[in-house]
Design a protein. Structure first.
Length: 953
């Protein structure tokens, strides 16, 4: 064995493979750093953008416009003023941030319909005692109150006591005075800084009475803190109306609703009571009141006061008077909010807006991983690595860990940057929850990338689909899912179903972080803590559960699909194909068997002695194995089932071949003859339909993994990483072949030199800068590294210029010792130069086998005679040829040049020479020649004969 090219010491261990693959990936990543940097820059830009916006918002909120108003007030009355801040000095924008240590007391008010909407006599109304509609213009309609109950006489007595009839007087202390009356307002409640809007709206405050005798309007002074207002008071008549039942009340209220009725007739009622089964001993009541806040069910809307306390007081007081007599009284003095501290207005933009942005950022790695995986698949690098002995285990683990590392670094830098910049989204939420969430999410994303990669074989498509997915899904999440999450009435289980889509669960998690940090920021508390996972509205726990379960389920699925795809058995684009194969197996085999019976008889008839001899040899070797034979093919067949009613295509029909070590076998054949199918079967890309082959005793059906460790391929198309250099390729494949240390360096150097890629720094240039010929030579070098015992070369010299081709041949000639080589080629010259034996392969079967000389002798039964004269003398040349060889055949004629085939048995070369000598003295001959048959002639002849046979059969 050649000491300069050490044979690898057995198959590479798991660790060695891992090491090789990791090194390759690192180099690849360094080469690819531009893309990596671009990806990392994206979150940086987003974070900076967010923080700039946040800064702008903060500085706006910190401006006096939004700070509690202050004024210089002369508090001691000594002429010097003091700066006093408070709600009374603030505009409505400023009021929000003021402290309210001592909230105002406000009379409890009834919600009264506005005069123009109050109930009057309308078509649909069932009541007879309502006033005419004209009262609306006079603003004097009474406020209707609907009553019902189990005992009408009791209800009637209560109705008399509901509203007091005494008139206001002595209104100096408005509060204690007003609490003697039933007061109401028609203003709408809203979120104000502890100020009852009824008193500042310019609307009157109503005194609700059974009858408005003098219909007065008063103005009373009202003092709030240091300011004094004039407030108009107005009488309004309350009109109790009896209804038969609760449902009648409901019906009436519904019909009169300003927005609810279809006729466009508005008939609003002040309130309604159902006394149920009340009697002297027990008091049961249902109160209808009109809450003007319909949006309190939305998350994040602060709750607002509802004017319900006064209606409860009114009815309780009436009952008390009914039971205890008119002297008894239940007085509601005032209502008062709880105090609140000053707060700095803040609006955390990152929490509010960012679920969408952050989702984009986290998902951005998805297409990157997808592209990486599909690139290796599209360029068949994955298969190539497998053929050089890289097993699925190391490939998966390294790819996975590598992606995990990349994603972690990416997300980590993003979280750290966001925290440093001070985005509340990161700083307020518990970092351990964030860690768990991001970690599980990126794991799921990696599995998803593996899974998706199984369905693509083209980088461009994968790229487009990948980006479409992240933008499409995040926009869907931002609008659709967001909407459903905020709508608390949307069933939670449907949310869970939607969150099965990984993009949605990611969005939901980010959304919850946003909610908690936003509220935490508003209230000055922290964001999400582990304890908050118990909150009923917090979807984080479900999201984490879904992500973990999905990861556990998808990981094996992705592994399985990718394995099928990488093996290429049955093949690669459609991962469902293996399933399809499994389902179709029985019928298609049966059909094949029937056909085979027919075709076998035919093929036996036409078989040549050399083919039969080879077959016998194979049969004998199968009985008595001989280790000096590296490759044995036993009746190998491949049939592609016909589609759309076409006939089945027999790509390879019954190939038997035995190849000893040290032999180079050349497979010749026209395009489409099935040579590549044969090679693909031998290297495990396609499973044979029937028959088997043994490489070093391992069969290709089951032991492909063992075969790979000592086999290598130089594929028809170069399967190379554009980013890596020639040397890096060889180092990687050398390591896979278990070469180490100085032996590896030495081998790589030798190998580079042998294919002439060593000098001039070519070895350290990236492959994308190589010419076609250089790539070809590199592919050959790769296929020879680590001294494999079996090498397949699929047209190794196509597309090379003659000089490079010669160089390559020398390399191959030198390399073929000690190993079995199968070489397909279209160049007869190459075949003759390199191969010990040749086989001509036509229409899926071998037509002949033998060394070049034998073949020429067998098929080359004639000489080729060529002569060029002036076109006028053509006839004479023909005559000459036929006198020398009566059975000659003209095979070519163009403007004076003619070619004839002279059967060998009837001509002697000396006769030809003397005849031509005589002929030249009569006719002027420009050129002439006599040639033995070349391999090319043999090839054409064999191919033609096979074709002819095909037509006949
Ligand atoms: C209805 O209430 C009155 C008191 O107002 C009482 O005298 C009468 O017995 C009650 N009727 C029924 C059927 O309970
Ligand atoms: C309840 O209040 C709303 C808003 O003020 C109003 O549109 C609606 O008509 C009221 N409903 C009834 C039954 O009075
Ligand atoms: C909630 O209701 C108030 C008062 O009716 C209104 O001003 C506010 O815009 C509403 N908010 C939402 C989010 O609908
Ligand atoms: C969540 O609630 C469960 C019971 O409902 C309780 O056992 C558990 O301690 C709670 N977890 C936290 C972190 O509060």
């Amino acid at each position: 064995m050649d000491s300069s090219s050490p044979r690898s010491s057995g198959p590479a261990s798991f660790l060695t493979q891992t090491d090789a693959f990791l090194r390759k990936n690192l180099v690849f990543q360094i080469r690819n750093r531009k893309l990596t940097i671009r990806i990392i820059i994206y979150p940086v830009i987003i974070c900076v953008l967010l923080s700039v916006l946040q800064w702008a918002i903060n500085s706006e909120l910190d401006s006096p416009k939004y700070k509690c108003g202050c004024r210089c007030v002369d508090t001691n009355g000594n002429g010097s003023c003091e700066n006093v801040c408070g709600i009374q000095y603030s505009t409505s924008d400023q009021a929000d941030s003021c402290a309210i240590p001592n909230p105002e007391e406000w009379p409890a008010l009834l919600q009264v319909p506005r005069p123009e909407y109050r109930a009057a006599e309308v078509d649909f109304s069932t009541f007879t005692d309502l006033p005419n509609k004209s009262c609306r213009d006079a603003q004097s309609c009474p406020a209707a109150v609907l009553l019902t109950g189990g005992n009408r006489s009791l209800v009637d007595s209560l109705a008399l006591d509901l509203f007091t009839s005494s008139s206001p007087s002595n209104l100096l202390n408005y509060l204690s005075n007003l609490s003697n009356f039933i007061t109401g307002t028609d203003t709408v409640t809203r979120e104000t800084e502890f100020i009852e809007p009824a008193f500042f709206s310019g609307r009157p405050v109503y005194i609700v009475q059974p009858e408005c005798r003098q219909n007065y309007t008063l103005t009373i002074p009202i003092q709030i803190a240091t300011a004094t207002f004039q407030q108009e008071l107005k009488c309004i008549q309350a009109l109790p109306l009896w209804c038969r039942s609760s449902s009648e009340i409901n019906n009436e209220l519904f019909k009169g609703y300003r927005l609810g009725n279809t006729e466009g007739v508005i008939n609003e009622i002040m309130g309604a009571y159902d006394f149920l089964n009340s009697n002297e001993k027990s008091f049961n009541v249902i109160i209808w009141y009109n809450s003007t806040y319909k949006n309190a069910s939305m998350r994040g809307t602060p709750p607002a006061l509802m004017r319900v306390s006064r209606s409860l007081n009114v009815v309780s007081n009436a009952y008390l008077q009914f039971v205890k007599g008119a002297d008894s009284k239940m007085q509601l003095e005032f209502t008062k909010e709880m105090p609140k501290p000053a707060n700095r207005l803040s609006l955390d933009f990152s929490s509010l807006l960012s679920a969408l942005f952050f989702q984009w950022i986290v998902e951005l790695l998805f297409p990157v991983m997808l592209i990486y995986l599909v690139y290796e698949k599209q360029h068949k690098l994955r298969i190539m690595m497998k053929m050089h002995g890289l097993q699925d285990g190391p490939y998966w683990i390294i790819s996975y860990v590598y992606f995990l590392f990349l994603s972690s670094a990416y997300v980590l830098s993003f979280v750290i940057l966001g925290s440093v910049i001070g985005l509340k989204f990161f700083t307020l939420n518990d970092y351990s929850i964030q860690f768990v969430f991001y970690f599980t999410s990126i794991n799921l994303q990696i599995v998803l990338a593996f899974l998706t990669a199984a369905f693509f074989s083209n980088v461009k498509t994968a790229e487009v689909i990948g980006y479409l997915y992240i933008f499409g899904s995040s926009i869907m999440a931002g609008y659709l899912l967001h909407f459903f999450v905020e709508d608390t009435s949307f069933p939670g289980k449907w949310l869970l179903v939607m969150e099965i889509i990984p993009a949605f669960s990611l969005y939901r998690g980010l959304y919850e972080f946003g909610q908690y940090s936003f509220n935490g920021d508003q209230m000055g508390t922290s964001g999400m803590r582990w304890g908050d996972l118990n909150d009923s509205l917090n979807g984080m726990r479900d999201v984490l559960t879904i992500i973990v379960i999905e990861w556990l389920v998808l990981l094996p699925v992705a592994y399985y699909l990718n394995q099928g795809a990488s093996l290429g058995r049955g093949i690669s684009n459609n991962p469902l194909f293996s399933l399809q194969c499994f389902l179709m197996k029985t019928p298609s085999n049966q059909r094949f068997n029937i056909r085979r019976q027919g075709s076998k008889e035919v093929s036996v008839d036409m078989e040549k002695p050399d083919i039969i001899k080879e077959r016998k040899m194979v049969e004998q070797l199968l009985l008595e194995p001989d280790t000096s034979y590296a490759i044995i093919c036993d009746n190998l067949k491949k049939v592609y089932p016909g589609k759309d009613g076409n006939q089945d295509k027999f790509a390879v029909q019954g190939l038997s071949l035995a190849l000893p070590r040290g032999e180079c076998f050349g497979l010749l054949g026209p395009n489409g003859a099935g040579k590549t199918t044969f090679i693909n079967m031998m290297i495990g890309l396609i499973a044979p339909t029937s028959g088997n082959a043994f490489v070093r005793g391992f069969n290709i059906q089951n032991d492909m993994d063992k075969i790979y460790s000592s086999m290598s391929v130089c594929p028809q198309n170069d399967m190379l990483w554009e980013m890596l250099t020639g040397r890096e390729h060889l180092l990687f494949y050398g390591r896979l072949k278990n070469l180490k240390g100085s032996a590896l360096m030495l081998t790589v150097e030798e190998s580079l030199k042998s294919v002439n890629l060593f000098h001039g720094g070519v070895a350290d240039k990236q492959v994308k800068k190589y010419s076609g010929g250089m790539k070809r030579r590199l592919s050959v070098a790769i296929s020879l590294i680590g001294d494999p015992e079996v090498v397949y070369m699929d047209e190794p010299s196509t597309g090379l210029d003659p000089a490079s081709r010669k160089k390559l041949w020398n390399v191959l000639k030198h390399a073929k010792q000690n190993r079995a080589t199968i070489l397909t080629t279209h160049s007869m010259e190459e075949a003759e130069f390199l191969c010990d034996r040749l086989g001509i392969f036509v229409d899926g079967s071998l037509q002949c086998i033998g060394n070049p000389r034998e073949l020429k002798a067998r098929y080359g039964e004639s000489y080729i005679f060529t002569m060029t004269t002036s076109p006028d003398d053509e006839q004479e040349v023909e005559n000459l040829v036929f006198t020398v060889s009566p059975n000659a055949k003209k095979i070519y004629q163009i403007s004076g040049t003619q070619k004839f085939e002279l059967p060998k048995q009837e001509v002697r070369i000396a006769d030809v020479f003397s005849a031509v000598g005589n002929f030249k003295s009569k006719v002027s001959v420009r050129a002439w020649g006599l040639a033995d048959t070349t391999m090319e002639d043999v090839f054409i002849k064999v191919a033609k004969r096979a074709e002819l046979f095909d037509k006949l059969s």
